[in-house]
Design a protein around this ligand. Structure first.
Ligand SMILES: Nc1ncnc2c1ncn2[C@@H]1O[C@H](COP(=O)(O)OP(=O)(O)O)[C@@H](O)[C@H]1O
Ligand SMILES: [Mg+2]
Length: 479
């Protein structure tokens, strides 16, 4: 059984016949007598599996036919065996160069041609098979490559997505870290602030405690002073009253003595009268009699001063009347001045200029305290003998007290701190630094204000303004 087709191309009918004769037993043989017919048959319905090609033919020779066959993809793979009378090596070489698989020289032996044809057909079939295999493998490989490429593509896609995720996560981590760092910083700042606040609060509380103790002390000193004043008041009343009686007694005695002297002059002998006059002179009686009245008057003066001091002391301490009451601030000034009068007198001349002012709703004991604190500070500020002035005046709704001194003044760098608790420029143990802080507190509680202006080397002015209507409702009942 043989399905292979051999195309015999030769212009010599004899050669064709011989070849056909030998090959027909095994193959289908088709014949072309010239080049162009050969080319037509090669691309015809039954394309040949092998071509036996004569070289020398009229028209198109075998070489050209071979060249055209090899140039055409459809026919390029058909093995071509040249069968020719040309026997030069160059001819053979040319044919092989053109792509022929073999070169058989005429006259040929039938067996050789058959063998060559069989071999080349086998070779072709092997080659076709191999090519098919290669094609198949190539297709498979291409398919696999395609799959791999797809896989690669997918992997790359996944890798890209992973990278995207990673970038996203990294950005998230970065953002969170930033947030956390910020929060940590904020917390640290808050912590610092809180610590600072606690420190400030602790300090304030300590200061408040000390202030309270100080105020308590002041109150008890006030109570003590009021108690002492009360105790002195009684004996002083009867001392004054007795002195007055004594003064009237001395006048009566004087009257009686004058009457006696008149009687003696009228009725007694001259020598008795002279004796009496001598005794009177020796005893310095006229002076004693005059001086007695003067002594009693002076003592009464003294007693009156003691009475006033006691009164002022009582006024100043006001043990019997603290709380908010209508008060004449001029009285407060007088009362405080009387308390520090001695200190003032030793360093300054006091000038009071008290105007007609309405009464102010206030706690007089506390206002006395404020005035006394300011006056004592003025005394302490004196370097040489100077002046301390206190004046009062009424401004709409307010009474204003102005305290001026010609002391050393307050340097600008500390003037902002003088109302701070415990701020003092006085020596250790002398100043508490609480006078102005307490005064500030008191004036503020009364709804008023206290201000200061000062020039170093010239003096200082403190101004206290208190509303006539007193502190606002909630503050009208201080503890
Ligand atoms: N009239 C004034 N002249 C100069 N300095 C004054 C005067 N009043 C107050 N000061 C200053 O204010 C400081 C605080 O006064 P104060 O609170 O009364 O405390 P202290 O009198 O115990 O020092 C004083 O130490 C002083 O330096
Ligand atoms: Mg003071």
């Amino acid at each position: 059984m043989n399905t292979k087709t051999i195309l015999v191309v030769d212009d010599e009918p004899l050669s064709v016949r011989i070849l056909c004769h030998h090959l027909r037993k095994e193959y289908t043989v088709i014949v072309a007598s010239d080049g162009s017919q050969a080319l037509q048959l090669a691309v015809g319905d039954t394309p040949p599996d092998l071509i036996l090609l004569d070289v020398l033919m009229p028209g198109m020779d075998g070489y050209e036919v071979c060249a055209r066959l090899k140039a055409e993809p459809q026919t390029a793979s058909i093995p071509v065996i040249f069968i020719t009378g040309l026997s030069e090596g160059a001819d053979e070489q040319r044919g092989l160069d053109l792509g022929a698989v073999d070169f058989v020289v005429k006259p040929f032996s039938a067996a050789r041609v058959r063998t060559r044809v069989r071999n080349h057909l086998e070779l072709k079939s092997h080659r076709d098979h191999l090519e098919a295999l290669v094609k198949e493998r190539t297709a498979e490989l291409l398919h696999k490559q395609h799959l791999l490429e797809n896989l690669n593509c997918e992997l790359e896609q996944q890798h890209l997505e992973l990278e995207k995720h990673r970038d996203h996560l990294e950005a998230l981590v970065k953002a969170r870290t930033g947030e956390l760092l910020l929060k940590q910083q904020q917390l640290e700042e808050l912590n610092g602030e809180l610590e600072e606040r606690v420190t400030v609060e602790v300090r304030k509380n300590r200061e408040k405690d000390t202030l309270l103790v100080y105020q308590e002390k002041l109150a008890s000193i006030g109570q003590l002073a009021a108690g002492v004043a009360h105790e002195i008041n009684n004996p002083m009343s009867f001392v004054t009253s007795n002195l007055r009686t004594l003064l009237s007694y001395s006048a009566i005695e004087q009257q009686y003595r004058s009457a006696l002297e008149e009687a003696a002059t009228a009725h007694c002998p001259a020598e008795v009268c002279a004796g009496l006059t001598r005794i009177k002179g020796d005893l310095d009686l006229p002076f004693i009699m005059d001086d007695t009245a003067a002594l009693i008057t002076e003592s009464l003066d003294g007693a009156e001063r003691v009475r006033k001091i006691v009164l002022n002391l009582k006024d100043f301490a006001r043990i019997d009347g603290d709380g908010i009451v209508p008060t004449d601030l001029n009285d407060c000034v007088q009362s405080a001045v009387s308390i520090v009068r001695n200190e003032i007198n030793s360093v300054a001349e006091l000038e009071l200029s008290l105007a007609d002012i309405p009464s102010v709703l206030c706690n007089p004991q506390q206002i006395n305290q404020v005035i006394a604190n300011i006056l004592v500070n003025a005394v302490n500020a004196m370097t040489t003998c100077g002046k301390i002035g206190v004046s009062s005046e009424y401004l709409t709704d307010y009474v204003q007290l102005t305290f001026s001194d010609t002391g050393r003044g307050i340097p600008a760098d500390i003037i902002g701190r003088i109302f701070d608790p415990f701020f003092t420029t006085r020596d250790v143990g002398k100043g508490t630094g609480l006078g102005l802080s307490i005064s500030y507190d008191i004036v503020k509680k009364h709804g008023g204000e206290i201000t200061v202006s000062s020039e170093v080397g010239v003096g200082t002015v403190f101004v206290v303004r208190l509303p006539v209507s007193g502190p606002v409702e909630t503050e009208k009942t201080p503890e």
